[in-house]
Structure formats: C-alpha cells, structure tokens
Design a protein around this ligand. Structure first.
Ligand SMILES: [Fe+2]
Ligand SMILES: [Fe+2]
Length: 332
C-alpha cells in the first residue's frame, strides 16, 4: 500500500519521498493550535497536505517555505471526497540527498511539444516576409532558444508557473489574438502575432527553472526580451526600421500600466490589444486555479484569491442550504 509518487497516494497509503512545497499557509485549528496547510508537488502532480500542531512541535521549529524541496513521510487521507496527505515527518532536502530539483518541477498539464507544433502552425500563417523571417530565426533556426522556450514557465507564481507554461500561455494568446484580429478593423494581424510570441521572450532567460536568474532579477523580462529581439531584427538583412520600432514597442509596452512596471504605455492598437489579452489570460488562469485548488470539495466558494482580491463562486450554494432530504423547510 505504499505510494511512490503523490499521484499514487490513496487513502491509508504511506508515501515517502522528495517533494516541492508549492503552497503554504499557516492556519489555526479549532483548538487554536497552528498548523500548516500545504500543497505538495512532485513530477506526478500536486496534492494538498496538512502538518498538524503535534507534528510541528515534534520537529523543533524546522521551517519549510514555498519553493523549498523537502523529504516527507505522509499518509493518504480522504477529506470530503478529496485526496490529501497528513504529514508525519519532514525535513528540508540536503545536498547529500542528490535530488535534482528540476525533476520535481510542476509541468503543464498539456504536452509542450504538441503545443509547440500548434503554435508553429499559427505562426506559419504570418504573411509579412520580415516578420516571418524574425519568427523563423528564433523558432526554426535557433534550436537552443526553441528548446528553452518549450521548457520555460510563463511566470514564477502568478500564472502558468510550470515547465511548458510559456508555450501554453503564448498558444492561448495566439488563438485569442487570431480571433480578435479579424474582429477589429485594420488590425495588423502579423504584427500582433509576432508581439504575442515575443512579448514574454525575456522570461526564457529571466527565469531559471521557476526562480529568477540574477540577470532577470536586475534587468527584468521586458528589457531583456526587447534587447534580444531588437538585436535579431538588426541582424536580419533589410528589416524595415519602422517595423523594428513597432515590434519593439509591442514588447516594451505589454505590461500596460506603470504600476505593472511598464517603461511605456501601449500606443498602437496592436499593443493595446496585446496588453489586454495578456492580462486576460493571466487573470483567467488565476480564476480557474482558485476554483480548482482552493476551498474544500462541495464548498460554494473558493478561498480568497489575493491577486484578484475576491473569492470565486462555484455554484451550488442553494443546494447546500436545502435540508439533506431535499424537502423545503416548513414555515411555522
Ligand atoms: Fe510580461
Ligand atoms: Fe504574458
């Protein structure tokens, strides 16, 4: 009845292995004792976990934070129809464990290769020869970049924070963008698609695994992506300077608002649209994630999403309010 991966853990099964702490909140039990509410992660998936007060006190103040890797011993439970584990023992990973942390990284639920193929099919519809050249120079002729792009996450925490997250996010934007480019008059579809595919390209180098690299930390993905793509456009023979400016503007302005760290606000219709769909995709991700991963099974609301400052409604509050046999309450 032992489970070797988190996805194999069933009720009563014992799990012992290395995991990544994907989420952590410190809560209080009914008796006022603090406990940890965690989401543990290994390559097989994620699972909610509880570390109760008596286990915490027997571990003499050992801390685990989000993003830490740890060795845990835990037992599978069924909590309101959901699988979770109760942690019995834990300790942070030591160098002598020889654990390759990247093997524990979360992965996109979809196959990155398949998404990449789909992405390329959309990019192949670009008719402007210069923009097509630019796209090919990265995705067809620069194998190192294409590989890194497929592995890259879209962000550390906020949205698509897993291996393959970048290609998933970009593919989603390409589909939305293709659709909206035909909706709005005189939208330059080629330019929009190129803006989409490169808007977060700086993250391919900004993020190492799921952490920021030193360069990423100091320069940020907006400037890094701009520099990388501009450099390439300069090297492509006969690339029109006006087009270079437009592509550069798309990358530099995609964060949209000064409070999101943009050096310049969107000043073309393609740039404004790119900002909106980028923002939309990230927020919809947050909404789905809250509904999927937080709040107990059968609860009408998710837990509070701190970025979007609200709880999401799953539906079903009426059914829960009704008495168990389903008969309406009698008025006295
Ligand atoms: Fe971005
Ligand atoms: Fe983005």
């Amino acid at each position: 009845m032992n489970a070797e991966t988190l996805s194999q853990v069933e009720e009563g099964a014992l799990f012992q292995g290395f995991v990544l702490v994907a989420r952590k909140s410190v809560r209080q039990s009914a008796s006022g004792e603090p406990y940890w509410d965690l989401v543990l992660q290994d390559a097989s998936g994620r699972l909610p976990a509880k570390v109760w007060g008596e286990v915490l006190s027997s571990h003499g103040g050992i801390e685990l934070q989000e993003g830490d890797t740890a060795k845990v011993r835990a037992v599978g439970e069924n909590y309101g129809g959901r699988r979770q584990v109760k942690v019995l023992r834990f300790r942070p990973v030591r160098p002598e464990d020889g654990v390759d942390a990247s093997a524990l990284l979360p992965r996109s639920p979809r196959d990155a290769e398949a998404m990449f193929v789909e992405m390329m099919a959309i990019l192949d519809t670009i008719s402007d020869p210069h923009l097509k050249r630019l796209s090919d120079s990265f995705f067809r002729e620069d194998a190192a970049f294409a590989e890194a792009f497929k592995r890259s996450s879209a962000a550390t925490r906020i949205h698509h924070p897993y291996v393959g997250g970048m290609v998933e996010h970009v593919l989603s934007l390409l589909r939305i963008g293709s659709f909206l480019a035909s909706h709005y008059p005189e939208m330059n579809r080629d330019l929009l698609l190129v803006g989409i595919v490169f808007h977060d390209a700086g993250k391919v180098i900004e993020l190492e695994g799921l952490d920021y690299s030193t360069e990423g930390e100091l320069l940020g993905h907006v400037a890094m992506g701009y520099e990388m793509v501009r450099e390439r456009m300069r090297r492509l023979e006969g690339f029109p300077p006006e087009l270079m400016l437009q592509v550069g503007h798309l990358i530099l302005s995609h964060q949209g608002e000064p409070e999101y760290g943009t050096p310049v606000v969107p000043k073309t219709k393609e740039a404004l649209l790119l900002h909106f769909i980028d923002n939309m995709d990230a927020k919809m991700f947050q909404c789905y994630e809250s509904l999927r991963e937080t709040g107990a099974e059968g609860q009408a609301f998710s837990e509070r999403n701190w970025l979007l400052k609200r709880r999401f409604y799953r539906g079903g509050a009426e059914e829960q309010a009704a008495p168990p046999d389903g008969t309406p309450e009698k008025k006295s």
